[in-house]
Ligand binder design. Structure first.
Ligand SMILES: [Fe+2]
Length: 243
């Protein structure tokens, strides 16, 4: 099958040919590697059909993923039972699923683990691994403790304050509510040292649109200066006025 003429020119064709040439050069350096060649390169070595394979590959890479949300995120925990009880008791999550093995499925190596999944609402799932044979877990010592965190939505200011009260009643130290202009947050740590945030968002559609409108410019300026841009100074003024 031949390539339609309009696709034989332009950046797409150039990219396909450059990739094909790279793969062919690599192929010519070692015949024994032929078995590992992609369909694109195998077609090229035959002198035909390469364009068909190339176009097929190009179509695959041009398709933007359509994501439906977070299936789950997974972190390590010190103790799976303690972790499930914490998230159930303090955060109101439902314990959905446990997956446990005594051996690593892929290698068969003896390394028991417990993988637990918790429902955090909205179709989102938070998961943890307990790995009793691994070295004791730590954290990224070069990153401040407030940076890496998991943020959960609550639907009202009352919900935010109730969550703070519940956490504090169980001996947790809670920061906030902190006013971020379009949402307010509280923060505390789980038994594993993971920082948690609960956020009540109240920004209007117009405010969120204003922030989105300047996001690209802010990022561009930041990437050059590494100093905080002032495109959304109104947000700071709003916080100051409402705090
Ligand atoms: Fe956050």
């Amino acid at each position: 099958m031949s390539l339609p003429s309009k696709l034989l020119a332009g950046p797409v064709a150039g990219m396909i040919l450059r990739q094909a040439q790279d793969e062919r050069n690599w192929f010519l350096n070692g015949e024994e590697k032929r078995a590992n060649l992609s369909p694109l390169t195998l077609s090229l070595s035959k002198g035909e059909r390469h364009t068909t394979s190339g176009i097929r590959r190009e179509k695959m890479t041009e398709t933007t993923p359509v994501l439906g949300g977070i299936h789950h995120v997974a972190y390590r925990c010190r103790d799976a039972k303690e972790t499930v009880e914490f998230y159930r008791e303090v955060m109101g999550m439902d314990f959905m699923l446990a997956i446990a093995e005594d051996k690593v499925p892929s290698t068969g190596a003896p390394d028991p683990y417990m993988h637990v999944f918790l429902d955090c609402g909205g179709g989102n799932v938070l998961a943890f691994f307990e790995l009793p044979n691994a070295p004791e877990m730590g954290r990224d010592a070069a990153t401040p403790a407030w940076v890496q965190h998991i943020a959960f939505k609550v639907e009202s200011e009352e919900g935010l304050l109730a969550a703070k009260h519940r956490a504090e009643a169980r001996g947790l130290s809670v920061v906030g509510p902190v006013h971020h202009g379009v949402f307010k947050s509280i923060y505390f740590f789980d038994p594993n040292g993971h920082r948690l945030e609960l956020a009540w968002q109240f920004g209007t559609a117009s405010q969120m649109a204003q922030l989105k409108a300047v996001a690209e410019d802010m990022l561009e300026e930041w990437s050059r200066t590494k100093k905080a841009p002032r495109h959304a100074a109104w947000l700071h003024e709003k916080i100051a006025a409402e705090t």
